[in-house]
Ligand binder design. Structure first.
Ligand code: GDP
Length: 529
C-alpha cells in the first residue's frame, strides 16, 4: 500500500512544473499566458486572463478596483497538461502597482520565465522580480518577445542581461531577421528552423536541417538574412557560453528563447524546451530539515491570502503550495502555528472560475483553502508531524503614508483592521519612535496595497481612513540597543515595526548612504531581523 502511494507521489512530482512569469507591464505576459493555455487546453483556471476576467467579475464588489483600473489585482493560478507534464502557472499582477503578494507568489514557484520586450529590454519591474528569484536560486528562463517589431539586437540584449541583472545567457534559438524582416528562428539545440510564412506570419513551418549552413535556410530566408544568421551563430559558437544544465538549474545561466507571443512564433518550441529543462518540485527547507516532495506525509504552506473572492460571502481564500505528500479532500492536518488539527473538508477548492473542488493534489500544486480567519501568510500545514517551513521573506517597503481615522469613535475597529490586515500581509505597519506623537505609518511595495487597504478598512471594518503620503523611499532595520533617534532627523526618521524593532526610513539613497557612513558599526538590514 505504502509502496504504491510513494510511487504515485513520485510519478506525480516528476510530471509537475510550477512556474511564474516575471515581466514589466506590457511585455506581453497576458498574451503569452493565453497562448500557453491554448496549447494545454487549460484544466483549471483561477482568475483567468484579462479580457474574460472583466466580464466574469462584473458583479463583484471586490473587483471594483480591478474594474476601475482595468487591471488584475490578484495573482491567480492556471493549470494544464501538456506532453505528459502537469503545468501550474502562477500568475502575478501585471500592473505597475504590484504588491508584496507578487513577491510572495514567487516563493511558490520552482522556476521563472522572464519575459522581455525586444525593444525595451530589461525594465524596472523585471529587475525587482528577477532579484527575488535570484535570491531563491531558482532557474530563470528568458523569452524575448515582440520579435515582429524593430528592437535591439540579440547580442545587445544578452549584454544587457549581464550588465543589468548580472546573469549570463545562452540562446536556445536565434532569430532569422528581425522586425519586418523576421522570417523565422533557428533552433540551436534541435538543429531545425521554424519559418513563419505569409504576411501576417500566420503559418509556421518546421524543417529539420543539417546545421545553420544548410541551403534550405538560404532558400527560404534569402542570401542576406542567411549570411547574417551564419555570422551571428559562428560568433556565438566561439564566444558564447555553452549550454550548461547545472548552471541553468542553479539559476546562474539563463536559456534565451526568441519569439513573438501575439503571432504565436516560437511559443510552442519554447514551451516544449522549457518543460524539459525546468525543474520538478524540489525539497523545501523546514525547521526540521529538508522536506522531500516524495515524502508520503502531506505538507504545505500558505503564501497568499485573498479576501472576498466571492461577494456573496465575505470569505477568504488561503493559497497553499503543496510541498510533500498527497492532498485529499477531507483529510485531517495539523495547523502547526495554531497547534490544532483541522479537517480540510470545507469546500477546499482549487480556486477556479467556477470554484470546482479538488479531490487530490500533489507537490507543486496550489490549492485554495476556505479560510474563516484561521490562516496567516507563512502558516504550515502538515500531516502526522510538525513540519514548519522556513518563514516567508518580507520585502522592504518603498512607499509610505501616515494614516488617520476620520471618525475617532471608530478607533477600536480601526485597530482590529490594522492588526488583521498586517497579519494577512496587506500592508506593513510602523509606529513613530519619538514617543510624543503616536502615529501610524503604513509601508508597501506597490500603491495598490494602499488602495486595497483603504477599501477593505471601509468595507470590512466600517472605518474611513485618510492616507497622507510621506516622502520616504527606503526602510532599513537597525540592530542596536542604544540607538539615538536624533541621529536620524535629516531626510530620515526613526520608527518601530510591529515587533518593536527599530527601523529608519530614508527619503533618498543619499541620506541612507550618509547614515551608513556615519554609523559604520551599525547594521542596516533590508528586512526585519
Ligand atoms: P502584459 O501587460 O505583459 O500582460 O502585456 P499584454 O499581453 O497585455 O500585451 C501588451 C501589448 O503588447 C498588447 O497590445 C499585445 O497585443 C502586444 N503584444 C504582445 N505580444 C506581442 C508580440 O509578440 N508582438 C507585438 N507586436 N505585440 C505584442
Amino acid at each position: 500500500m505504502s509502496q504504491t502511494l510513494s510511487n504515485e507521489i513520485e510519478q506525480e512530482v516528476d510530471k509537475r512544473r510550477t512556474f511564474a512569469i516575471i515581466s514589466h507591464p506590457d511585455a506581453g505576459k497576458t498574451t503569452l499566458t493565453e497562448k500557453l493555455l491554448l496549447f494545454g487546453g487549460a484544466i483549471r483556471l483561477a482568475g483567468s486572463v484579462k479580457a474574460r476576467k472583466a466580464s466574469r467579475h462584473a458583479t463583484s464588489d471586490w473587483m471594483e478596483i480591478e474594474k476601475q483600473r482595468g487591471i488584475s489585482v490578484t495573482s491567480s493560478v492556471m493549470q494544464f497538461d501538456y506532453l505528459g507534464h502537469r503545468v501550474n502557472i502562477l500568475d502575478t499582477p501585471g500592473h505597475q502597482d504590484f504588491s508584496e503578494d507578487t513577491y510572495r507568489t514567487l516563493t511558490a514557484a520552482d522556476s521563472a520565465v522572464m519575459l522581455i520586450d525586444v525593444a525595451k529590454g530589461v525594465e524596472a519591474q523585471t529587475i525587482k522580480l528577477f532579484q527575488v528569484c535570484r535570491k531563491r536560486g531558482i532557474p530563470i528562463f528568458t523569452f524575448i518577445n515582440k520579435l515582429d517589431r524593430e528592437g535591439q539586437s540579440p547580442f545587445e540584449l544578452m549584454e544587457e542581461l549581464e550588465r543589468v541583472l548580472g546573469i549570463r545567457s545562452v540562446p536556445m534559438n536565434w532569430p532569422i531577421g528581425m522586425g519586418r524582416e523576421l522570417c523565422g528562428v533557428y533552433d540551436r539545440m534541435k538543429n531545425q528552423v521554424e519559418l513563419f510564412q505569409g504576411n501576417d506570419h500566420s503559418t509556421i513551418e518546421v524543417r529539420e536541417v543539417e546545421d545553420y549552413n544548410d541551403p534550405i535556410i538560404r532558400e527560404m530566408a534569402g542570401d542576406y538574412l542567411h549570411d547574417q544568421l551564419v555570422q551571428d551563430l559562428e560568433l556565438l559558437d566561439v564566444a558564447g557560453d555553452p549550454f550548461d544544465y547545472e548552471k541553468v538549474q542553479a539559476g546562474e545561466l539563463t536559456p534565451i528563447f526568441f519569439g513573438s507571443a501575439v503571432n504565436n512564433f516560437g511559443v510552442q518550441t519554447f514551451l516544449e524546451n522549457f518543460l524539459e529543462l525546468a525543474p520538478k518540485p524540489a525539497p523545501r527547507m523546514s525547521t526540521s530539515g529538508s522536506v522531500d516532495p516524495t515524502n508520503e506525509k502531506f505538507s504545505g504552506y500558505v503564501f497568499k491570502i485573498q479576501a472576498n473572492m466571492n461577494p456573496a460571502h465575505r470569505d477568504r481564500i488561503a493559497f497553499l503550495r503543496i510541498c510533500s505528500g498527497r492532498f485529499e479532500r477531507g483529510m485531517s492536518v495539523k495547523h502547526v502555528r495554531a497547534g490544532k488539527d483541522i479537517k480540510l473538508s470545507q469546500p477546499q477548492q482549487f480556486l477556479a472560475q467556477d470554484r470546482d473542488i479538488v479531490e487530490t493534489a500533489y507537490p507543486g500544486d496550489i490549492i485554495g483553502l476556505f479560510d474563516p480567519g484561521i490562516f496567516r501568510i507563512g502558516d504550515s500545514l502538515s500531516q502526522g508531524s510538525e513540519v514548519v517551513f522556513d518563514e516567508l521573506p518580507t520585502f522592504s517597503p518603498e512607499i509610505f503614508a501616515k494614516v488617520t481615522v476620520k471618525n475617532a469613535l471608530k478607533h477600536k475597529q480601526y485597530q482590529k483592521g490594522i492588526d488583521q490586515l498586517t497579519e494577512e500581509g496587506t500592508i506593513q505597519v510602523f509606529y513613530t519612535a519619538s514617543g510624543f506623537a503616536d502615529e501610524t505609518i503604513l509601508g508597501v511595495v506597490g500603491h495598490l496595497q494602499f488602495e486595497v487597504f483603504e477599501y477593505r478598512m471601509k468595507g470590512e471594518y466600517g472605518v474611513d481612513i485618510q492616507l497622507h503620503r510621506m516622502p520616504f523611499q527606503f526602510a532599513r532595520w537597525i540592530v542596536d540597543d542604544k540607538i539615538d533617534p536624533s541621529k536620524f532627523r535629516i531626510n530620515s526618521t526613526l520608527v518601530k515595526d510591529k515587533k518593536g524593532n527599530y527601523v529608519v526610513l530614508f527619503e533618498n539613497e543619499y541620506a541612507m548612504r550618509t547614515a551608513m557612513d556615519k554609523n559604520p558599526t551599525m547594521k542596516f538590514l533590508e528586512t526585519a531581523p
